[in-house]
Design a protein around this ligand. Sequence first.
Ligand code: SF4
Ligand code: SF4
Length: 216
Amino acid sequence: MSGTGNMMHRPTDNRSASTNRMGAASRTSTVASSFVVADAGQCIGCKACELACFAVHSQANGIGASVGTVSVPVLPKVYVVRTGEMYVPVQCRHCENAPCAHACPVQAIRQEDGVVMIDEERCIGCTFCVLACPFGAIEVSPVYRAGHVVTQSGLTHRANRVALPRTAASKCDLCAETENGKPACVEACPNHVLRLAKGISDSPPEPRREVFFPRL
Ligand code: SF4
Ligand code: SF4
């Protein structure tokens, strides 16, 4: 993952880390999560999943819903990675007790009903979550609204003083805000490589049992 963020800029809404601070226990949970998995070796690298993901997540911000109408870079939340002759779609596993949520210094990442969500407005683009994620599932990318990049107030290029874009962390949210709630990538894949793995239970784990070993 490229991680194109500007280090440690401040959020535009000026919320500080101390306001509305959540404890680590409320940012993560041990609820069994659902997540999208790929059938290894079956991906043909067509990137239909990336385009479907970008289209779904572009509906609310006015960028445009088809490849022919967009004027900004295609920034999906699933990334097709090539390793040798193989292609592998990579996306968030919605980890129980998510490392990215623990790493975030401004509590921009939280877990809701087993789905790990990023609050883009709160994110300061520091990339700590990118470093913490063991799957490489997060990108820090420029933020676009209505076809234009959002600039970060007070942040300019050193040499030419041009305003720099605001950046924020972005990753799979399981299409949580779509009407049918189904991940667009799963539906778009022509080779049926992707499927939604359902969390099996939200019941508490069985208590640990003492194990006694005989003395030798
Ligand atoms: S972004 Fe990475 S660490 Fe965070 S929940 Fe997803 S897979 Fe886990
Ligand atoms: S979400 Fe990631 S990039 Fe954004 S503030 Fe938290 S750790 Fe930093």
